[in-house]
Design a protein around this ligand. Structure first.
Ligand code: ZN
Ligand code: ZN
Length: 416
């Protein structure tokens, strides 16, 4: 038997209900904030990601599904949503239509990590990007949107941590300062951080190893080494968050695993997820649009892991939507009549099902119960002869006879 690939998952109808629920909540709320949905391709030219996310990042080095297609082109399955959206923003001249473009997306991303709970190789993200503004209010609005969204889907107990990474000039200065500080301490760092020291030094800040954390305790922090403009921006973001009563804490060790972030960076964690506790993250990326070949446009966004949101919610799929009318039939002629009625009910917006396996009336009633049917329509020889259908209310067992021709109308009335 052929099985699904490692790190890939089937989402069955009952669980899909939960997925649909959190997707609908996102669509409704994001619309209130003025975000429009964008759907970009899953496959993109490989260099889009290597350039934007950064050659030396884990995503590009180890995790991307990148390959040559039959035409010899280097392509990648998208590992994240921001770079493709920036590409689409530029390619479709969205900046010409509006100075501030607000886009959201829901869809699958691909990274070949070691699979574990909430970390599949195909995973889904719900994200927003606000492109075309340097205002700190945008950062605050994006973070406030996460809070409101988590409230809407009924998730509490989360933590929002924010930091600032400074502008690209600040980042260069901090890299230098950190290099100097760690120069004679590299032997105390873990193997990964030794490699990061050479290639991606800021990532050392978010290492989870105790040894590295201890070394970093006295290291120069990003937050203390940014320019006054970046400091003002960060203060304004914090003030705006306070004004909206968004709970957050400042964590100077958040750096994010993607090179394109500047200034505000944030993470949202939830204790239900264990060691890998992030349910989402984001930040400002003021140079990405220009570096991808577009105009100068400040931008900010977030992505929430849909699989992780569902894990954090810790709910089973909610009960299947109740069925309106189950049609129970006795005999071949009644089956023909029942089949016609079943489809007429559906045409009139009433959910309806029936048995196609010639089961006994008793078995059909059991089936109706199992499906959470509100009513059962019973058709047997007697009913056919009299031109009626029996409508049984499953909540209290009462039955009434209804003329065949007015059955659909009566059923609709009973169900509303
Ligand atoms: Zn700066
Ligand atoms: Zn380390």
């Amino acid at each position: 038997m052929i099985k699904r690939l490692r790190g890939m998952k089937d989402i069955l109808p009952e669980e899909v209900l939960l997925w649909q629920y959190i997707e609908k909540a996102a669509k409704d709320l994001f619309a209130l904030f003025g975000y429009g949905e964008i759907r970009t391709p899953i496959l993109e030219e490989g260099s889009l990601f290597t350039k934007s996310i950064g050659e030396s990042t884990d995503i590009v080095q180890k995790e991307m599904y990148a390959f040559k297609d039959k035409g010899g082109r280097h392509v990648s399955m998208r590992p994240e949503g921001t770079a493709p959206i920036v590409r689409a923003y530029i390619e479709n001249n969205l900046d010409k239509a509006e100075s501030l473009t607000k886009l959201y997306y829901i869809g699958p991303m691909f990274r070949s990590e070691r699979p574990q709970a909430g970390r599949q190789r195909q995973f889904s993200q719900i994200g927003v990007e606000a492109i075309g503004s340097d205002s700190p209010y945008i950062d605050a609005e994006v973070i406030a949107l996460i809070k409101l969204y988590l409230e809407r889907i009924g998730l509490s107990g989360y933590t929002i941590k924010i930091n600032t990474l400074g502008c690209s000039k600040d980042k260069t200065n901090i890299r230098k300062a950190l290099q100097k500080f760690l120069k004679d301490k590299t032997n105390l760092l873990c193997k990964d951080c030794k490699a990061r020291y050479k290639k991606n030094i800021l990532r050392i800040f978010d290492c989870k190893e105790d040894g590295c954390k201890a070394v970093l305790r006295t290291a120069p922090k990003i937050i203390d080494n940014i320019c006054s403009d970046c400091k003002d921006h960060f203060d304004n973001v914090k003030n705006a968050l306070d004004a909206l009563k968004v709970p957050y804490s400042v964590d100077p060790y958040i750096v994010r695993g993607l090179d394109y972030y500047t200034r505000t960076a944030f993470e949202v964690t939830h204790p239900n997820l264990g060691a890998q506790d992030a349910i989402g993250a984001g930040g400002r990326y003021d140079n990405l649009v220009r570096d991808t070949g577009g105009p100068k446009a400040g931008a900010c966004g977030f992505a929430l892991g849909q699989d992780r949101l569902i894990l954090a919610l810790g709910k089973e799929g909610s009960a299947l939507p109740a069925l309106g009318v189950y049609i129970a039939v006795l005999g071949e002629e009644a089956r023909r009549e029942g089949f016609r009625l079943c489809n007429e009910l559906r045409s009139n917006g009433v959910s309806s099902q029936m048995d196609y396996q010639e089961r006994s009336l008793k078995a059909q009633m059991r089936q109706a119960n199992k499906k959470g049917s509100k009513y059962v329509a019973i058709i047997g020889e007697d009913e056919l002869q009299k031109g009626i259908i029996v409508l049984r209310d499953m909540s209290n067992g009462t039955q009434k006879e209804i003329k065949k021709d007015s059955f659909v109308e009566e059923a609709k009335k009973a169900l509303c």
